[in-house]
Design a protein around this ligand. Structure first.
Ligand code: SER
Ligand code: ZN
Length: 533
């Protein structure tokens, strides 16, 4: 991002000759002191290229960097005049403006013309040139320009780096546990065939008692073996959030394309709906376009990351050492993620279930808790579920890095903010050597101040607070377990086998037409026999 523009300083009277002769000197001083103060890289400072004195104005034609941005430069120049020049010449300052501002970006971008200050946008020879309206002093002081520049800078970064394959760096992996896979079928298909799950709507399923039993088994082990031993306590988080929560978490800006929104009715008065009701009555159809007229624009979104309410709860609260860290988990309801295409069984769905683990504390506490969780996760994956797993660091470093963008190989430090994905091999998809035969089943993150800052979660002595969270995707862990160990509990590891012995297995749904196929009905009886043994 390059910013050029005229900083116009207006005085209450014509500039006296004596001062006019000094402006050159002043500009030199501004360039070598005032506009470079606190800047490490010279190009990131502000620089006055040219100036003109006209009646009661001085116009500074200025180029700004990323550290002293154009509005910082304008305010620094004004303040310098205010304290050093005005008193000497009895000159009052009447105004400050930025005129003919131009922002230049490498690459071609689309930027909304509805944004404040943007007059026009041109793309020329691989560069995007944004012409700005004049910016008044009161606007200079608002955070809009800063945010506009930040937005453009992020667009540039994303274009420069985002096109690359996602960041993925192997951290750790299990031993190879099966020379030959025990099971090579797709559990999603079997579950549907034997009627344990039934498609409900796009990306949504009905889980009958046997599959619910299996989901609960996986969840039970995770909670008992990982979450509770580390002192996390269960809470119940809401599952529908006001838009402002998504603005603060950043999801509305980063993942709006996968979120599902909710609208409230326009009125509680049923008589208002009479026309629509009559229509549905007679046509026996529910027309979405008509319905739309009776609901307000969306003001909420459905549970997306599941930890959002935790940050909202602590928003503007002040915490002290003796009550930190705070550790909670929630599994009180589903999450929603609109996956365009690529839905598959219960592995990739729109409505899914998750145990969300979330914690808050001082940086060292947050890191320590994450490390304890990793230790328990490893034990859980190896000793309880006996899975073939691997962990990968998936945080693109350039998003973390403020400032200079250069392709440098940064040493990976997993005790910094970032995310680790947990993946498991799905033998039904193909050989473990191929990346696409692995499924992301969960993740764990240290967020740094990503949430404590926008939600204003404070420490009484002003210390920094961090958060962390980890998501356990119940359906995905269950599918993974079945994909690696199969449907016969005799082939399962010890703890799950015991679980089956100790917890009566539910009666499956059977009817004249259910499960649908003869093959499915036969397979169901076979699998039920395994579970009865
Ligand atoms: N909240 C985290 C996520 O959405 C972990 O579940 O990825
Ligand atoms: Zn989370």
């Amino acid at each position: 991002v390059k910013f050029r523009g005229c900083i116009v300083l207006e005085f209450n009277k014509v500039i006296p000759n004596e001062l006019q002769n000094k402006v050159n000197e002043i500009v030199e001083y501004l360039n070598s002191n005032v506009l470079v103060k606190g800047v490490k890289v010279r190009e990131e400072a502000g620089k006055i290229i040219e100036f003109k004195v006209r009646d009661n104005k001085i116009v500074f034609y200025t180029e700004a960097g990323r550290q002293v941005r154009i509005h910082n430069a304008a305010l620094r120049i004004k303040n310098y005049f205010l304290s050093n020049i005005s008193p000497k010449y009895r000159l009052g300052i009447r105004g400050l403006r930025i005129e003919n501002g131009i922002i230049e970006l490498d690459g071609q971008y689309t930027v909304s013309l509805k944004l404040p200050f943007i007059k026009s946008i041109e793309v020329k020879e691989g560069r995007t040139i944004i012409l700005l309206e004049d910016i008044s002093e009161s606007e200079i002081k608002k955070p809009y320009i800063d945010r506009l520049l930040k937005l453009l800078h992020e667009k540039e970064l994303r274009t420069k780096w985002g096109g690359k394959a996602e960041h993925w760096e192997l951290l750790r992996q299990s031993k190879i546990k099966f020379k030959e896979p025990k099971f090579t079928e797709d559990p999603n298909k079997i579950l549907e065939e034997i009627g344990w799950i039934k498609r409900f709507s796009v990306g949504q399923w009905f889980y009958t008692p046997p599959f619910t039993y299996l989901l609960n088994m996986l969840k039970y082990f995770f909670i008992e073996e990982v979450v509770k031993p580390l002192g996390f306590q269960e809470a119940m988080f809401p599952k529908m959030y006001p838009l402002e929560v998504g603005l603060k978490t950043g999801h509305l800006k980063g993942t709006i394309n996968s979120m599902i929104f909710a609208s409230f009715p326009r009125s509680y008065d049923i008589s208002i709906y009479e026309e629509l009701i009559d229509y549905m009555y007679v046509t026996d159809t529910a027309p979405p376009e008509e319905l739309q007229k009776y609901v307000k624009p969306p003001t909420h979104f459905l549970c997306f990351a599941q930890c959002e309410p935790f940050y909202q709860f602590f928003s503007k609260e002040v915490l002290d050492d003796k009550n930190l860290p705070i550790k909670m988990y929630d599994h009180s309801g589903p999450s929603f993620r609109w996956e365009a295409g690529g839905l598959h069984g219960v592995e990739r769905v729109i409505e899914f279930h998750r145990v969300e683990v979330v914690w808050l504390g001082k940086p060292e506490q947050v890191v320590e808790i994450r490390n304890q969780l990793l230790e328990r996760y490893e034990y859980f994956m190896d000793k309880v579920l006996d899975l073939e797993w691997r962990w990968a660091w998936v945080t693109p470093w350039y998003y973390e890095q403020a400032g200079i963008v250069e392709e440098e190989k940064r040493e990976l430090d997993i005790n910094q903010p970032g995310t680790i994905d947990f993946e498991a091999w799905l033998p039904y998809r193909g050989p473990r050597e191929d990346k696409k035969n692995w499924l992301e089943i969960g993740n764990i993150s240290i967020h740094g101040t990503k949430f404590t800052e926008p939600f204003k979660i404070k420490h009484n002595k002003g210390e920094t607070l961090w958060t962390g969270c980890s998501g356990f995707g119940t359906e995905r862990w269950t599918i993974t377990f079945l994909a690696q160990h199969g449907f016969n509990p005799e082939n399962w590891p010890e703890k799950p086998r015991k679980y089956i012995e100790e917890n009566p297995f539910p009666i499956p749904v059977r009817g004249v037409t259910y499960p649908k196929t003869e093959k499915g009905r036969k397979l169901l009886e076979e699998i039920i026999r395994y579970f009865k043994k």
